[in-house]
Design a protein around this ligand. Structure first.
Ligand SMILES: [Zn+2]
Length: 195
C-alpha cells in the first residue's frame, strides 16, 4: 500500500540525521566507520522518518476524502488494527492492537480509512493515552457520528527491555464519546472486541 512507503526522503533532513546518528554511535562506544555500521546512520535516518511520517499527514483530510452519505445507523467496528508507535519518553516502540467503532449519523467512511487514521497518529512520538484520544477526536469531528469508541491494547518495549522489565504487561487505554458513554452501548462494543 502506497502509504506504507515514503516516496522521497528530504535530503537535508536525512543528511542532518546521518551526522547526528554517527555522533550518537560514537558516544555509545561504537566505531561508526566499521564495516557493519557504515550504512547504519542512513538506515536509522530513513527508518525514523518513516516511523514519524504521521506529522506530515492529516487524518481529518483522509476521512473527509472518503465520507459518504448513508442511512446505516448500527455500530461499525474495525477490530484488531495493528499499531506500531514509539513512546515519546524513550523513543522505544510500543505495539499492539486498536479497536475502533462508531455509530453513523448520516455519514460513513471506508473501513480501511479507520485503519489509516490509526497509522497517522501512531507514526509520531506518542503516549498511548493521547494516541487513543486523537483517533477518537478525528473520527468524531469529521463524521460527526452518534458516538465513537476506541480501545488500544499495547506492550511497551521501554517497560519490557529496561526499567521494571515486566515482560508480559499489557497496557489498555480507551476513549468514548456520545452513545458509547452509555453503559449498554459500551458493553456491547467491549463484548464484540473481546475474544
Ligand atoms: Zn517509554
Amino acid at each position: 500500500m502506497a502509504y506504507n512507503k515514503i516516496e522521497s526522503y528530504d535530503e537535508k533532513i536525512t543528511s542532518g540525521l546521518v551526522e547526528n546518528y554517527k555522533h550518537c554511535l560514537h558516544l555509545l562506544g561504537e566505531d561508526p566507520e566499521r564495516e557493519g555500521l557504515q550504512k547504519t546512520p542512513e538506515r536509522m535516518a530513513k527508518a525514523m522518518q518513516f516511523l514519524t511520517q504521521g506529522y506530515q499527514q492529516d487524518a481529518r483530510k483522509i476521512l473527509e476524502g472518503a465520507k459518504f452519505t448513508e442511512a446505516y445507523s448500527e455500530m461499525v467496528i474495525v477490530k484488531d488494527i495493528e499499531i506500531y508507535s514509539m513512546c515519546e519518553h524513550h523513543m522505544l516502540p510500543f505495539f499492539g492492537k486498536a479497536h475502533v467503532a462508531y455509530i453513523p449519523n448520516g455519514y460513513i467512511t471506508g473501513l480501511s480509512k479507520l485503519a489509516r487514521v490509526v497509522d497517522v497518529f501512531a507514526r509520531r512520538l506518542q503516549v498511548q493515552e493521547r494516541l487513543t484520544h486523537q483517533i477518537l477526536d478525528a473520527i468524531q469531528e469529521t463524521l460527526q457520528p452518534q458516538g465513537v469508541g476506541v480501545v488500544i491494547e499495547a506492550q511497551h518495549l521501554c517497560m519490557m527491555m529496561r526499567g521494571v522489565q515486566k515482560q508480559n504487561s499489557l497496557t489498555t487505554t480507551s476513549a468514548f464519546s456520545g452513545q458509547f458513554e452509555h453503559g449498554d452501548t459500551r458493553a456491547e462494543f467491549m463484548k464484540l472486541i473481546s475474544k
